[in-house]
Design a protein around this ligand. Structure first.
Ligand SMILES: Nc1ncnc2c1ncn2[C@@H]1O[C@H](COP(=O)(O)OP(=O)(O)OP(=O)(O)O)[C@@H](O)[C@H]1O
Length: 226
C-alpha cells in the first residue's frame, strides 16, 4: 500500500453500465457512487439481479462502466487501456470472485507466487507457504484448484487475493461455502488486512459478514438505496 490514509482506498463516482441483448436493454448500474476509506469494511447487499456483481467487476477494472469513474488509491482505473487496468489490478487490488481468481493449470502455491510478484509494499512480505498457513491450507499447496473442496477453494482464493498486499480488496460472497468456524477465520483475515490500511468491499448475503462491516450499502435496481 503506497499512498497515505487520507486518500480513499476506493472512490467510485456515478457509475453507469448498460447491457444490450437483442432489442432488450438492461440498465444494470444507474449512477452508483461509493467510497471505501482505508481501514474500512463495507458490505454491499441487495436482491438478486440488483447489479452487485456488475458493480464489483467495474470496481476491479474487469469491466468498463459506460459512464462514471473508479479510482483505486487515487489512481484512475476506469477508461484506461486493458493493459493499464491489469497492471493497476495486479499491484493495488485483491479480487475474490468465488474460485475465479485461481488459474486452473497452476497448483495453489503457484497461484499465490504469481500474485505475490506484484507486491510493492515496503513491509515484510510473507512467503507463499506463510500465506498458505495463514488460510489453513499448509498441506494443500501442491493441489490444483480442481482437487480442492469448495471451502478450500475459497481459502486458496483468499490467499491469492492477499498475496499482493492490495490497497483494496473486493470480494463476492467470500464465505458462501464455508462452515461457521472457517467463516470466522476468513473474516478475521479480511479484517486484519483492513486494519493494515486496506479498504474492504464485500458483496454478501451473510448476516455474519454484515455484522462485522463498518457500513452497509444496499443496491436496488442498479442504484444505491437511501
Ligand atoms: N453480460 C450480461 N448481459 C446481459 N445482462 C446482464 C449481463 N450481466 C448482468 N446482466 C443483467 O444486469 C442486471 C444486474 O446483474 P448482476 O449480476 O450485477 O446482479 P447481482 O445483484 O449481482 O445478482 P445476484 O445476487 O443474483 O448475483 C441483471 O438484470 C442481469 O440480468
Amino acid at each position: 500500500m503506497t499512498t497515505g490514509w487520507a486518500t480513499p482506498a476506493l472512490n467510485a463516482r456515478e457509475l453507469y453500465r448498460f447491457f444490450r441483448t437483442g432489442d432488450d436493454e438492461t440498465l444494470a448500474l444507474r449512477g452508483v457512487s461509493l467510497t471505501v476509506a482505508r481501514g474500512e469494511t463495507v458490505a454491499v447487499v441487495g436482491p438478486s439481479g440488483s447489479g452487485k456483481s456488475t458493480l464489483l467487476a467495474c470496481l476491479a477494472g474487469l469491466d468498463e462502466p459506460a459512464g462514471g469513474s473508479v479510482e483505486v488509491a487515487g489512481e484512475r482505473i476506469s477508461h484506461r487501456p486493458e493493459a493499464v487496468r491489469a497492471r493497476i489490478r495486479a499491484h493495488r487490488i485483491g479480487v475474490l470472485l468465488q474460485s475465479r481468481n485461481l488459474l486452473p493449470h497452476l497448483d495453489v502455491r503457484g497461484n499465490i507466487r504469481l500474485a505475490r510478484r506484484a507486491w510493492r509494499h515496503s513491509g515484510f512480505r510473507p512467503s507463499a507457504d506463510e500465506l498458505l498457513d495463514r488460510v489453513g491450507l499448509g498441506e494443500r499447496g501442491r493441489a490444483t484448484p480442481a482437487q480442492l473442496s469448495g471451502g478450500e477453494l475459497a481459502r486458496a482464493g483468499l490467499a491469492v487475493a492477499l498475496a499482493n498486499h492490495p490497497d483494496v480488496l473486493l470480494a463476492d460472497e467470500p464465505t458462501g461455502e464455508l462452515d461457521g468456524y472457517t467463516e470466522e477465520q476468513v473474516l478475521e483475515l479480511l479484517r486484519d488486512h483492513a486494519a493494515q490500511g486496506a479498504g474492504l468491499l464485500i458483496v454478501t448475503h451473510s448476516a455474519e459478514v454484515v455484522a462485522i462491516a463498518d457500513r452497509v450499502v444496499t443496491i436496488r435496481d442498479g442504484e444505491v438505496a437511501a
